[in-house]
Structures are given as C-alpha cells and as structure tokens.
Design a protein around this ligand. Structure first.
Ligand SMILES: Cc1cc2nc3c(=O)[nH]c(=O)nc-3n(C[C@H](O)[C@H](O)[C@H](O)COP(=O)(O)OP(=O)(O)OC[C@H]3O[C@@H](n4cnc5c(N)ncnc54)[C@H](O)[C@@H]3O)c2cc1C
Length: 83
C-alpha cells in the first residue's frame, strides 16, 4: 500500500494515472515479490501477471508492455504445465 501511495503521489506523471509496480519482479533480497517465472516468493504455484509486476513504469503507456509480459507468462505457464 505504501508503494501505491508513493506511486500515486510522485514521478513524472504516468505513475499517478497507472497503478503498477506493487508486486515487482526481482530478487527477493532486492525487494522482489515475484521471480522471473511470475511465481510469488514463499508460495506454491501462485503467479501474478499484471501491471503490478513491473519493476519500474515501462514508458508512458503500459498496455504494450503488459501484452509482452502476458505472452511471456503464457509461455512460462504452458512450459510448467508440460512437466
Ligand atoms: C482511464 C484510463 C485510461 C487508460 N488509458 C490507457 C491507454 O490509452 N494506453 C495504455 O497503454 N494504458 C492505458 N491505461 C492503463 C491500462 O488500462 C492499465 O495499466 C492496464 O489495464 C492494467 O492492466 P492489469 O492487467 O494490471 O489490470 P486490469 O486491466 O485492471 O485488470 C484487472 C482485472 O481483474 C479483475 N478483478 C479485480 N478484482 C478481481 C477479483 N477479486 N476477482 C476476479 N477478478 C478481479 C478486474 O475486473 C479486471 O478485469 C488507462 C487506464 C485508465 C484507468
């Protein structure tokens, strides 16, 4: 919640409009919430795939980067399901 408040009250502009970055992809030690396979640390098979996983705001409009991470996530999920 504090991250959302920070995002909504600071930054060059887009952070105020587009809620994001509250479940960042990254190393757990660096404050990451999900790993590179979108799995939530400390859980079993729980994934997050939405604008919350961006480590930073990816440019002005988020929809194209969202489509890109969604395609990546579908590959990851299908590969995991195949095992
Ligand atoms: C007014 C406005 C204009 C925008 N214009 C642009 C633009 O021009 N270009 C651009 O790139 N981006 C734009 N954006 C931003 C873009 O729409 C969002 O960044 C993007 O949709 C976020 O995607 P998301 O998947 O994270 O969340 P969302 O698209 O919000 O998807 C979340 C989904 O989860 C569902 N949901 C919520 N709670 C639950 C629950 N408990 N159980 C089940 N389902 C649930 C919701 O119904 C929704 O379908 C705009 C945003 C706003 C608000």
């Amino acid at each position: 919640m504090s991250e959302i408040k920070k995002q909504s009250t600071s930054g060059p502009g887009q952070e105020r409009l587009y809620a994001s970055c509250s479940n960042k992809i990254g190393k757990k030690n660096d404050g990451g919430v999900v790993d590179g396979n979108f799995l939530v640390y400390g859980t079993n098979n729980l994934r997050v795939v939405d604008a919350s996983v961006f480590p930073n705001i990816p440019g002005y409009y988020p929809m194209i980067p969202l489509l890109m991470i969604s395609e990546k996530a579908s590959d990851v999920i299908l590969a995991a399901a195949a095992h």
